[in-house]
Design a protein around this ligand. Structure first.
Ligand SMILES: *Cc1c(COP(=O)(O)O)cnc(C)c1O
Length: 206
């Protein structure tokens, strides 16, 4: 665990740090929580369920299958990876059943990498419009994963495009207040380009 980094992350103003705890043990999570970070991100439902502790705040950050939604509603504070109406429908169903409103981020596929998931950038506006039909879903903003490359100009350009989308949708939907982008290797660039949530795993835990 990188104490020095955690201390510096704690001084960030107006940026929520999500400690990405995938593949880490409960003991490691507890250690990071003791050091002062209490929001954790998991990308697999089974792993999340195994490690879930209501004392902390939890985000789902990985691709979510519709048949797994029922296991996480009521436990997860923010689903960062909403990318289809089919998934939205399922979230609506289980959130309604538990009489709660589920906060979500829409994951946008900003990179050209065919392996990356997320909604195409061009479809974001229409998608947000469609989500208005689901009263138990509250859209808080967007999440993206930039292209994995050493070309930091490309990464910066992708983050800037996301920032543009975020700002314009924020003027239409008052619940939008979160732009989640940036990981261990690119979170500083993300913050420079408007991120107010960063998801950091390796750099915190190793
Ligand atoms: C794993 C993961 C992260 C954290 O990546 P690191 O490089 O370990 O900081 C952030 N976001 C998503 C969606 C991830 O899957």
């Amino acid at each position: 665990m990188n104490h020095e980094l955690i201390e510096s992350l704690k001084t960030l103003k107006d940026v929520q740090v999500v400690a990405v705890s995938k593949k880490r043990t409960k003991e490691q999570i507890e250690e990071v929580a003791k050091a002062g970070l209490r929001v954790f991100g998991e990308n697999r439902v089974q792993e999340f369920i195994d490690k879930y502790d209501p004392a902390y705040t939890w985000h789902i950050i990985g691709h979510l299958q519709t048949n797994k939604v029922k296991y996480i509603i009521g436990k997860v504070d923010l689903i960062e990876s909403l990318d289809s109406l089919k998934l939205a429908k399922e979230i609506e169903k289980y959130a309604a059943r538990q009489d709660l409103i589920q906060d979500v981020l829409v994951q946008i596929k900003i990179s050209n990498d065919p392996m990356k998931t997320g909604l195409p950038y061009e479809e974001a506006e229409e998608f947000l419009k469609s989500l208005q039909a689901y009263p138990h879903i509250r859209v808080r903003g967007f999440m993206c994963v930039a292209t994995h490359t050493d070309d930091m100009n490309l990464v910066a350009e992708e983050f800037e495009n996301m920032h543009t989308l975020y700002k314009s949708m924020k003027t239409i939907y008052p619940t939008i207040d979160t732009l989640s982008m940036g990981m261990s290797h690119d979170y500083k660039i993300a913050i420079e380009h408007g991120a107010n949530m960063v998801r950091i795993g390796t750099a915190i835990f190793e």
